[in-house]
Write a protein that binds this ligand. Structure first.
Ligand code: XIL
Length: 365
């Protein structure tokens, strides 16, 4: 993958601990062979790296960064300010009452300086704020918003920049490919820029399914964001092939397959027709990415093999999902081949364009 797209963008994967420590030797080898960028699936989230007020746990995160350095990969940081996987003590005092604005800003500052500072010059860029937008495009009513106010984003970016002035600063979110959330992000990017924040890139998570988002929507979203002067990265790509469990967006967490076996139809393998649909779907999305290669730095998958995908347990626990390019035995799926074919097509298109411009200037043949 990394070689096929060398002229287009980096190809990344989110790694779990068994991969970056090498305890899963097969998957660690697969990561080294296929990817030239890595993201930490959980190791740098607040609850893991900073579980208690005066206690940081850098063991796994250090191993993650060392793995990336040893293999000459572009190392990404994820995620500094988010409403999920952040301990309750960040937002509440010992009596369970919300802390005040100054306390939370101070806590955010300590966290960002300590975590970003530790990996200064080694982690290339950070998802400084993750998932700040609500479905209607307004700012999500998270504890960060409620306690600090809407300027919490500007503060977070200023702190991250101060902690490592060379680090790239990203805004990362899901379902920003279309609708009111896409418009909301356009407003948010403008507001951050007006406040003097140099946002390097927007991360489109791209947790897709077989029907959503349309390639047209992705194409438009990349164009619209890039027009504002930011790069656009695909940061958490996967394609859910299982039935929609209902409302989506977290509403179904906790549902169990035992309650409805129809939610888990492919426990004995993926039917060939769905396997082919997945391959076509990956190809149509990658066709959009290679079209925009000049506006993008990376396309990152959220996981390596189907065995480890978070989509086996979200939004319904205990399912058998098939969202990635490598199967449960770490073998390439038809979708892997179809993605590689889009790289070939991109190369051919570039070649043709180069030939055309050469013949215009009379240097062809
Ligand atoms: C997921 C991880 O993959 C899971 O292991 C964890 O239990 C929950 O979080 N958006 C994000 C990611 O930004 O951090 C999430 O990762 C998936 C959705």
């Amino acid at each position: 993958l990394k070689d096929a797209f060398k002229a287009d963008f980096l190809v990344g994967a989110a790694l779990n601990e068994s991969q970056f420590t090498g305890s899963n030797a097969v998957e660690a080898a697969l990561v080294k062979a296929q990817f030239d960028s890595i993201s930490p699936e959980n190791a740098l989230k607040w609850e893991n790296v900073h579980p208690e007020p005066d206690h940081y746990n850098f063991g796994p995160a250090d191993r993650y960064v060392k793995f990336g350095e040893a293999n000459h990969m572009v190392i990404i940081g994820h995620a500094l300010v988010w409403h999920e996987q952040t301990p309750a003590w960040v937002f509440q005092d010992q009596n369970g009452r919300p802390v005040d604005r100054a306390t939370l800003l101070n806590c955010m500052s300590n966290h960002i300086f300590t975590v970003v500072g530790r990996y200064k010059g080694r982690i290339k860029g950070w998802d400084v704020v993750n998932e700040a937008l609500a479905a209607d495009g307004s700012l999500r009513q998270s504890p960060w918003f409620k306690i600090i106010g809407p300027d919490y984003l500007v503060k977070a970016y200023q702190l991250a920049h101060a902690a490592d002035p060379a680090a790239e600063l990203y805004y990362n979110d899901y379902a920003i490919e279309d609708g009111p959330k896409r418009q909301g992000l356009i407003r948010l990017i403008r507001q951050l820029q007006a406040a003097g924040i140099h946002l390097t890139a927007v991360g489109i998570q791209e947790h897709a399914n077989l029907n959503w988002p349309t390639p047209q929507a992705v194409d438009e979203a990349i164009t619209m964001f890039h027009r504002l002067g930011v790069k656009v990265n695909i940061t958490e790509l996967d394609i859910n092939v299982l039935p929609d469990a209902g409302a989506g967006n977290g509403a179904d967490v906790g549902l169990n397959v035992a309650s409805d076996p129809a939610l888990n139809p492919y426990t004995n393998g993926l039917p060939a027709s769905v396997q082919q649909a997945l391959a076509r779907r990956y190809a149509e999305l990658f066709a959009v990415y290679v079209k925009h290669h000049a506006d993008m730095e990376r396309v990152t998958f959220w996981g390596v093999t189907d065995a480890g995908s978070w989509l086996n347990d979200w939004p319904v626990r205990g399912r058998t999902n098939y969202p990635l390019l490598f199967d449960r035995a770490s073998q390439p799926k038809p979708a892997f081949i179809s993605v590689l074919e889009t790289a070939g097509q991109a190369k051919a298109a570039r070649h043709q364009a180069a030939g055309a411009s050469a013949s215009l200037t009379g240097t062809a043949q």
